[in-house]
Design a protein around this ligand. Structure first.
Ligand code: ZN
Length: 239
C-alpha cells in the first residue's frame, strides 16, 4: 500500500469511520494516504427537536476533524449538501468526479448502493453517484471544463463497496479495533454509548463488529470491484 492513495466517499460525517475505519487504519499502517469526501453536512443527525441544525453541522465538522486526527486521515472535503436530502444526479456526480480527479485515488471506497434493506436514502445516493462519478472521472471527454482546470481524467484501479450484504473481500481489522474505537469516540454526538465509558464502549464495539466467516477475527466486509488491467477487463465480462 506504500504510495497508494485511497479516497472514501461517504454520505455523513461518521459513516466512513464507522463502516470502514478499521480498514482505513490498516491501509494507513501500510503506508497509504487516505482522504475523505463527505457529501452532506450532517445537520439533522439528532434525537431532539431542540438541537439547532447549523450548530450540529459545525459540531460534526469538529468531530470529524478530531476523528481524522485519531485515525490518520489526511483530509476531508465537505460537499455540504443538506442532510437527508442528498439529491441524486448530475451536480453531485460532477462534484464527486472533481474530487476523484483531484485526489487521483488508486482505491475508491463508498457505500454499496445495492444493499437490500438500506434504510437511509443518502447512503444509497452517495454510493450510486460515486460509482457513476468514477466512470465520468475516467472519461477524458466528460467534463471538458474540469480538464481546463487541470483536473484530467483518472483511472481508479479498484472500487471497494462497504456496508454490503454481498462481500467478496474481508479486511482483517482485529489489530486496529482500539484505533477505530478512539476514532468513533470523537463522534460523540452520534455514538453516545461508545463515548461514555472506554471499557463499556470498546466492548460494545467488539460486539457490533463483523467477523470473518472463516477466521472468526474482527474484519470489515467489502464488495471488491477491480476496474483496470486484466482483472478489470475480466470483471466487465463477468458482470
Ligand atoms: Zn450515514
Amino acid at each position: 500500500m506504500k504510495n497508494q492513495r485511497v479516497l472514501v466517499v461517504a454520505a455523513h460525517p461518521d459513516d466512513a469511520d464507522f463502516y470502514c475505519g478499521g480498514a482505513v487504519a490498516y491501509w494507513i499502517s501500510k503506508g497509504a494516504a487516505v482522504d475523505y469526501v463527505i457529501c452532506t453536512d450532517g445537520a439533522i443527525g439528532a434525537d431532539s427537536a431542540d438541537v439547532v441544525p447549523a450548530e450540529l453541522a459545525a459540531l460534526r465538522k469538529k468531530e470529524q476533524s478530531d476523528a481524522n486526527a485519531a485515525l490518520g486521515v489526511r483530509q476531508t472535503v465537505w460537499l455540504d449538501y443538506p442532510d437527508f436530502s442528498l439529491p441524486a444526479g448530475e451536480k453531485l456526480r460532477k462534484d464527486i468526479a472533481r474530487q476523484i480527479r483531484r485526489f487521483k485515488p488508486h482505491i475508491l471506497a463508498t457505500f454499496d448502493p445495492w444493499l437490500r434493506y438500506e434504510l437511509h436514502p443518502d447512503h444509497t445516493v452517495a454510493g450510486r453517484e460515486t460509482i457513476y462519478a468514477r466512470l465520468a472521472a475516467r472519461l477524458p471527454l466528460r467534463y471538458p471544463d474540469l480538464n481546463d482546470e487541470g483536473l484530467l481524467s483518472w483511472p481508479v484501479e479498484r472500487l471497494l463497496l462497504f456496508k454490503t450484504d454481498n462481500p467478496n473481500t474481508w479486511i482483517d481489522t482485529e489489530d486496529f479495533i482500539e484505533t477505530k474505537f478512539n476514532t468513533l469516540k470523537c463522534h460523540a454526538s452520534q455514538f453516545k454509548e461508545l463515548a461514555s465509558d472506554d471499557t463499556v464502549g470498546l466492548s460494545l464495539l467488539k460486539q457490533l463488529s463483523k467477523r470473518h466467516p472463516e477466521t472468526g477475527r474482527i474484519a470489515e466486509p467489502f464488495r471488491n470491484i477491480p476496474l483496470e488491467g486484466l482483472e478489470g477487463l475480466m470483471n466487465y465480462i463477468s458482470l
